[in-house]
Design a protein around this ligand. Structure first.
Ligand code: 5GP
Length: 184
């Protein structure tokens, strides 16, 4: 029988935007590209907590070349004023010294681009050998600052999405195996 929790969630609260099979297929494609691009090179994948963690764990299981992982957490200043200035606060820093390493930042979603821009500035100041970005989701029409993204899973419309690591801002729905849009 289908999981009753998922059945309830799917039918009453959340509309599916990207189903599990489509997600996994695209993730294996991204992993293939990353594997090809980092052949015979060191690789450190840096995951931005907490939203990126589900994506990272599926992605890394499809990347057969040796690589390291590390985590950092950031929080946006969301009082309106500072959000538009694009200021983010590092709430948990990396344990790894990234100087002279090939770093791949693994993000759940890029929206306005402010968070990514700040994180890239910080990581670049630590002199990695290379620094690239992989995001599962890209809300390109919402972009306010230009940021370069090397690997994109899916372009999505301007809707607030949950599931597959992403929460509703109260910490819920991260465990859904698909990307969905909450019904109003
Ligand atoms: P940005 O700085 O690009 O505007 O925002 C990036 C962050 O905002 C993401 O890492 C994520 O935490 C949050 N965010 C943006 N759009 C969504 C969304 O549709 N759903 C969820 N759950 N978080 C989002």
């Amino acid at each position: 029988m289908d999981n009753p929790l998922l059945y309830t969630v799917t039918n009453n609260d959340i509309d599916t935007l990207i189903d599990p099979k489509t997600l996994q297929t695209r993730i294996t494609e991204l992993a293939k590209d990353i594997t090809r691009d980092y052949q015979n090179q060191d690789l450190l994948m840096v995951c931005i907590l907490r939203g990126g963690v589900v994506f990272l764990t599926d992605l890394m299981r499809n990347i057969p070349i040796p690589h390291l992982i590390d985590f950092m957490a950031v929080s946006s200043y969301i009082d309106g004023r500072t959000k538009s200035e694009g200021r983010v606060r590092i709430t948990m820093d990396l344990l790894t010294d990234i100087e002279d390493m090939n770093v791949l930042l693994v993000e759940d979603i890029v929206d306005t681009g402010y968070t990514l821009r700040q994180v890239l500035e910080l990581l670049n100041s630590r002199s990695p050998r290379s620094l690239r970005v992989c995001t599962l989701l890209d809300k390109h029409e919402r972009r306010e600052v230009e940021v370069n993204i090397d690997y994109v899973g899916f372009q999505i419309p301007d809707k607030f999405v949950v599931g597959y690591g992403l929460d509703d801002q109260d910490g819920h729905w991260r465990n859904l195996p698909y990307i969905g849009v909450a019904r109003k």
